[in-house]
Design a protein around this ligand. Structure first.
Ligand SMILES: Cc1ncc(COP(=O)(O)O)c(C=O)c1O
Length: 327
């Protein structure tokens, strides 16, 4: 029989209520109040802990013996963190390009690490093979209703803090789990009319490609430096959101995402990764203003919330290297 302590570990949330702070610098640039939802300060360094923590707790209740998660970095760290909290072993499978600091972080959480293939999709194949073992459970990094249910907590927090809906929300899209979770949250709190600006980098733009085509598209390769956005195909559930919500899909170049990372570091003294730079580029590259002038967003938006999604896969040297690489 499980102890009271074990039971409480399985039900206590692993994520924290993150700060929502107005950015003076970004508000000046955008000509409206820019509120930053600081998901990079989550215990596992990104918003991923919301959905993945929830998923892991649910499967732990059902007797899972070993967690396996394929990841570009952040999902794996969230799964390893959750596994340690739950006292369950974890194996995290990542592409061979994964940075040393992410591997060290995972090992520090007590997880076994396997590196395989070029991109996340390759790691995912291996994770699904491993999950066939008895008692092992695959933790889907973005494509599962439990993941979306967990991510929806972010919108509940916004509702509790703001009361009234913001003019728009900005987020980054990889496999589309954050988008689907945010959409679920918006519906839950009655904010389904809030426009969502869904940002991707070129070379990891599977959501934009799907919207253009009208169906799911598998990119031939991931060529963006924003490896954490690097799913070749977006989740079906994310594409389905475009039917019920106002989602504006925008693609920026890698150089814009990395420039946003540098400028955000100077403006807010926080180092985030290119995946998050993609979201911040909505303001630094003037995407928001362009959408307003094109009439796709109201010209009189009072405020926008940007989800500062994560900062695990970067350090000062990594930023210098990216800048040198992109010129
Ligand atoms: C920092 C960061 N931002 C955004 C995303 C995109 O999330 P999703 O795959 O749920 O679309 C990821 C995915 O790993 C991420 O690590």
């Amino acid at each position: 029989m499980a102890s009271v302590m074990e039971d409480s570990l399985k039900s206590q949330k692993f994520h924290i209520v993150t700060p929502l702070l107005e950015s003076w610098a970004l508000s000046q640039l955008a000509n409206m109040t820019v509120l930053l939802k600081y998901e990079n300060v989550q215990p596992a360094g990104s918003f991923k802990i919301r959905g993945i923590g929830h998923f892991c707790q649910e499967v732990a209740k059902k007797g899972c013996k070993h967690l396996v998660c394929s990841s570009g970095g952040n999902a794996g760290i969230a799964a390893a963190y959750s596994a340690r909290k739950l006292g369950i072993p974890a194996t995290i499978v990542l592409p061979e390009s994964t940075s040393v600091q992410v591997v060290k972080r995972l090992q520090g959480e007590g997880a076994q690490v396997q590196l395989t293939g070029k991109v996340w999709d390759d790691a995912n194949v291996r994770a699904q093979e491993l999950a066939k073992r008895d008692g092992w459970v695959n933790v889907p990094p973005f494509d599962h209703p439990l993941i979306w249910e967990g991510h929806a907590s972010l919108i509940r927090e916004l509702k509790a803090e703001l009361g009234a809906p913001p003019g728009a929300l900005v987020l980054a899209v990889g496999g589309g789990g954050l988008l689907a979770g945010v959409a679920a949250g918006l519906a839950e709190v009655g904010w389904q009319h809030v426009p969502v600006i869904a940002m991707e980098t070129r070379g990891a733009h599977c959501f934009n490609a799907a919207i253009e085509a009208g169906w799911l598209v598998t990119l031939p390769d991931i060529t963006s430096v924003a490896k954490c956005l690097g799913a070749k195909t977006v989740a079906k559930g994310a594409l389905a959101c475009t039917k019920e919500f106002t989602i504006l899909s925008e693609v920026v170049e890698d150089v814009e995402a990395v420039d946003a990372v540098q400028r955000f570091l100077d403006d807010e003294r926080m180092l985030v990764e290119p995946a998050c730079g993609a979201a911040l580029a909505a303001i630094y590259s003037g995407v928001l203003g362009r959408l307003q002038s094109e009439g796709r967003l109201s010209p009189s938006l009072a405020s926008v919330v940007v989800i500062v999604c994560g900062g695990n896969s970067i350090d000062s040297q990594g930023l210098q290297a990216l800048k040198a690489q992109l010129g």
